[in-house]
Design a binder for this molecule. Structure first.
Ligand code: ADP
Ligand code: MG
Length: 699
């Protein structure tokens, strides 16, 4: 089969040889002809037009100009000389500058001969200059065949040093097209290419490397981006479909005693519309016969706990057990106390298991779990230990998902012969854009409404120089009976320095507020010392909590209404938002004060402005995604989304949506891709399933 030529090792390409092949493999991950085809330029030089000198703009990218050198001179500078040439056309004058290779240039450049020059310009003292221009006499320039848009390929230091310049790569790709005769099989159905007016595969691949015009280049990029995103979506959707078919779950048909009794008589408040909707979604899942894998997203304070409890009731009502796992002991205890209080009028047995549970208590729990006396077990990852065996675990709820890895989720799965239904709750909003590409295989529910009556937190930005005013504000709030958090950054690499900042901060606060009680919590403390300090704050024995970000997750102290974040410029957006979520939990107006120095980067400014402008976690997540790119957002590292070769999840969001829409539409009509018109999709999908890297076969 002809396809095989693309699987030829790169060593065989004329002009490559063993050394270069080695470099290609190590530096660029290029092993085969195929990989080289899919080695896309990261930008293009626009040599489609010539600029006149009087048309040059500051901040323009590379430009191409025709003119003559009228004069060359050496100019002394701090260290050594630079060579400066006057370059003129019929509209004006600019300078060409060289810092290296001056001798060669002096000897070879000709005065008063027309040259085409190309490069980036600088503006200085009223003159444009171009350092180290690419130049070629117009005579030579005319002789060569060239494409209008010149591709620039990604490179590495090693490649550059080994003489594998852009020009070399270019030539090798030309050779590749010669050897393969430019034959690339179509990978999208005619229906898709016609409906979306996409370039054919072969034309797209050709134009991405040798653009014949700006228009063809754009269409080539569009086609390849679409294809990449389309196959990711197709895979995710099929995976989701198969999972539902294959993995049978317990069918919870009953909506019984506990659920109804609680709903009718013990709900402490009216559920929000969003909570009702999400509970319905979960109920439908639990009754569907397929195993549930649902991600529940809801901003801090949106009321996820009650949703978890109602879901667990459904399991209980069908004679199954349920568990709730939290990332820290403090949180587990909080959940335990909260749920016990909510269930006080029901006959539901709730137990707590954490790392600190005593041996005797543990033994009792193990026993009662296995004989079914325990209905709901709440705890930390102690729940994952092998000794913890359930009689029949029907639903596992995981709170604050990003603290747990995928591996832990899998461990819970295996607690039963038939995997329990799984509900993962997270307060880290994942932008819809990302969720679509990352969790296409999880179902997602969103609580996008806060309980009524919440006062939005007032957020302000203050400079360190205004600290005294901030202290005065703290004093007033404490006088009114409120409590205050003061949070310091903690960044792994400079842990020592952060620790010092924290201690300095603690001391200055202790000096400033001698009559107040202060708690302090940081990562280097033993966990029982931490809990003790936390507990004093929870009980209201201390008024101020000085801490690093260890308090980020889930702590609930409704009386704390002020959050001061020190060095706020050092925090990421989602972290700032999480921290802010620690206040605003009670009836009082809450405040968040972001403290910074005067020097701020543009990104920091954007983050601070976003925080003061909105309380909406999803809006914040979208800004965060734009600032940081998907790579840094929680959990994306393992997702493979980073391996996108040509599409960009943020910038190509519209294409992503279209790709998902079309993938869904096709699967709806033809779930197993059996129709004749979808044959090419089925073939490509089958190839894809065999490999990790999508692009290995989308050609
Ligand atoms: P999170 O989503 O951050 O886990 P919680 O479940 O802890 O939020 O709920 C935050 C607070 O809001 C709790 O004190 C809870 O009792 C309260 N709450 C939840 N839902 C409602 C509602 N529908 N009406 C009023 N208060 C609610
Ligand atoms: Mg919570």
């Amino acid at each position: 089969m002809k396809v095989n030529i693309l699987q030829t090792p790169i060593d065989y390409l004329k002009g490559v040889g063993p050394n270069r092949a080695d470099l290609f493999r190590k530096e660029l991950g290029i092993h085969t002809y195929q990989d080289l085809v899919n080695f896309f330029p990261n930008r293009y030089l626009d040599k489609t037009r010539f600029y006149k000198i009087n048309e040059l703009q500051r901040n323009s990218s590379e430009v191409q100009v025709v003119g003559k050198i009228t004069n060359i001179k050496s100019v002394a500078q701090k260290r050594g000389n630079r060579l400066v040439a006057d370059f003129v056309d019929d509209t004006g004058k600019m300078e060409l500058v060289w810092f290296r290779g001056q001798k060669w240039i002096r000897e070879n450049l000709k005065i008063n001969v027309p040259y085409v020059i190309f490069g980036k310009t600088n503006w200085f003292n009223g003159v444009f200059s171009m350092p180290h221009p690419e130049m070629e006499p117009v005579e030579e320039y005319k002789k060569q065949l060239r494409t209008a848009m010149q591709p620039v390929y990604p490179s590495t230091e090693k490649l550059a040093k080994s003489g594998i310049t852009n020009r070399v790569v270019n030539k090798l790709i030309q050779q590749l097209f010669v050897e393969t005769k430019g034959e690339f099989y179509e990978t999208l159905s005619t229906e898709l290419t016609t409906e979306l007016k996409l370039l054919r595969k072969a034309d797209a691949v050709f134009n991405i490397h040798f653009p014949q015009s700006q228009e063809l280049l754009s269409r080539a990029q569009f086609r390849l981006k679409f294809e990449e995103l389309f196959y990711i979506q197709l895979q995710l959707l099929i995976k989701n479909m198969l999972q539902k078919q294959k993995i049978k779950g317990f069918v919870f048909e009953e909506i019984g005693q506990n659920f109804s009794e609680f709903y009718k008589n013990h709900l402490p408040f009216e559920l929000t519309g969003a909570q009702k909707r999400v509970i319905k979604e979960i109920r439908a899942d639990l009754g569907s016969g397929a195993q549930m894998n649902r991600l529940l997203q809801g901003d801090v304070g949106s009321g996820k706990t009650i949703v978890a409890l109602m879901s667990m009731f459904i399991a209980l009502d069908n004679d199954f057990q349920a568990c709730l796992m939290a990332p820290t002991e403090i949180l587990a205890i909080q959940h335990y106390n909260g749920l016990v209080a909510l269930c006080k009028d029901l006959e539901v047995n709730i137990y707590l298991l954490t790392g600190s549970s005593k041996t005797k208590a543990r033994r009792e729990i193990h026993e009662k779990l296995e004989n079914g006396e325990i209905d709901i077990l709440i705890g930390t990852h102690a729940l994952l230990e092998d000794k913890v065996q359930f009689k029949n675990l029907g639903l596992a709820v995981i709170d604050e998902q990003h603290r747990f890895g995928v591996a832990q989720r899998a461990k819970l799965w295996r607690k039963n012969k038939v995997p329990p239904h799984i509900l993962v709750m997270t307060a880290t909003p994942i932008p819809r854009t990302l969720a679509m590409s990352l969790y296409g295989d999880l179902d997602i529910s969103v609580i996008d409404e806060l309980p009524p009556g919440r006062k939005p937190i007032k957020t302000v930005h203050r400079y360190d120089s205004n600290r005294l005013k901030v202290f005065a504000f703290i004093r007033d709030e404490i006088k009114k009976g409120r409590q205050v958090y003061v949070v310091y950054p903690l960044i792994q690499e400079s842990e020592k320095m952060d620790y010092k900042d924290l201690m300095d901060g603690y001391e200055s606060i202790a000096r400033e507020f001698p009559q107040m009680q202060i708690s302090i919590v940081h990562g280097q403390m033993k966990s029982n010392a931490k809990d003790y300090e936390m507990d004093r704050f929870v009980k209201g024995e201390t008024q101020i909590m000085v801490a690093t970000t260890v308090i980020e997750v889930g702590v609930n102290v409704p009386n704390a209404s002020v959050m001061i974040i020190e060095s706020a410029e050092r925090f990421g957006l989602s972290q700032l938002h999480q921290l802010r979520g620690r206040v605003g939990r009670g009836a009082e107006q809450s405040f968040c004060i972001l403290m910074t120095g005067h020097k701020l980067s543009n990104d920091s400014k954007t983050r601070l402005e976003t925080m003061t402008a909105t309380n909406d976690g999803f809006e914040i997540a979208e800004v965060d995604l734009k600032l940081r790119g998907p790579g840094d957002i929680m959990g994306t590292q393992q997702s493979g989304v980073l391996n996108l070769k040509i599409a960009d999840i943020v910038k190509d969001n519209q294409i992503l949506k279209s790709a998902r829409y079309h993938a869904m539409k096709i699967l709806k009509e033809d779930p197993s891709l059996n129709l004749e018109k979808n044959k090419v999709l089925r073939f490509t999908y089958a190839q894809l399933a065999k490999h990790k890297n999508i692009w290995n076969y989308i050609s």
